[in-house]
Design a protein around this ligand. Structure first.
Ligand SMILES: [Zn+2]
Length: 255
């Protein structure tokens, strides 16, 4: 991506270039950034759409699934006519319509121990828009060994949570969770919950790329839509964590 903005881009992004913390230099950083969004569903939809609208240069979407009727209450990348299509194909079309400047890599694939590092390679940020802990652990480790910031998000009903993992510097997902990796049952959720959390994940990505603000590292933010409250919990690295622990003097590298 060229390190300058066209006249059309200056116009398109005028209202955010006008923010002191962004400016034209920040907009160029967004244009040159590559973000890998793992999951093109409830969280991936708002994250991808707001990052595309903000002018992220390259977005890679990874998802193996097809669009189903039961997705449509929350997965706003897709509509009725997309039922049966691969989600990454539907998502690519939606993002192109939103902002044709963005390069969208649509990767129709499962995320596995074997392919995770290759999928996230050369990206500046990884966004966890998944629906199961087992794949999240795989991504967590891939982010750590690849030294790529990893933004975790999860939703259930009216509740959502988000944290940012800065490899080598902050608490990782495995420090926090020890849960089973079995696939979960279909999690009930109202679409506005992933809308909130996905938009916050996009906010963190934009800040990290430009290098502004304070990141949600070593902090778990929990959103309760029913009470309309945010709660924050301080996190501490587990020195014996089997993903990021340094007891052996180096990052575990099983991925
Ligand atoms: Zn850890």
């Amino acid at each position: 991506m060229p390190a300058f903005l066209s006249t059309e881009e200056r116009g398109r992004y005028e209202r955010q270039i006008g923010i002191d913390e962004i400016g034209e230099a920040g907009q160029v950083k967004l244009k040159q950034a590559k973000v890998c969004i793992c999951g093109a569903g409830g969280l991936g939809s708002p994250a991808a759409m707001y990052l595309a609208a903000a002018g992220i240069g390259t977005i890679t979407l990874v998802d193996h699934d097809r669009v189903a009727l039961t997705n449509l209450n929350r997965q706003i990348l897709h509509g009725d006519s997309d039922i049966g299509r691969f989600k990454v194909a539907s998502a690519k079309a939606t993002l192109h319509q939103l902002n044709a400047h963005v390069i969208v890599n649509a990767v129709q694939s499962h995320i596995t121990q074997e392919n995770a590092r290759a999928l996230v390679a050369d990206h500046d940020i990884i966004i966890d828009a998944l629906d199961n802990l087992g794949t999240r652990y795989i991504l967590n480790k891939a982010a750590l060994v690849s030294n790529i910031p990893f933004i975790h998000g999860a939703v259930n009903g009216f509740e959502g949570r988000i944290m940012t993992i800065l490899p080598g510097r902050s608490t990782c997902l495995r420090c926090l969770y020890r849960g089973p990796v079995e696939p979960p049952p279909a999690i009930p959720v109202i679409g506005v919950t992933p809308a909130v959390i996905g938009a916050l994940q996009a906010t963190e990505a934009i800040k990290i790329i430009i290098g502004i603000g304070e990141f949600l590292a070593d902090r778990l933010l929990i959103y309760d839509g029913l009470k309309l409250k945010f709660s924050e919990f301080k996190l501490r690295k587990n020195p014996t964590c089997d993903h990021c622990g340094y007891s052996s003097g180096r990052i575990s590298s099983c991925v």
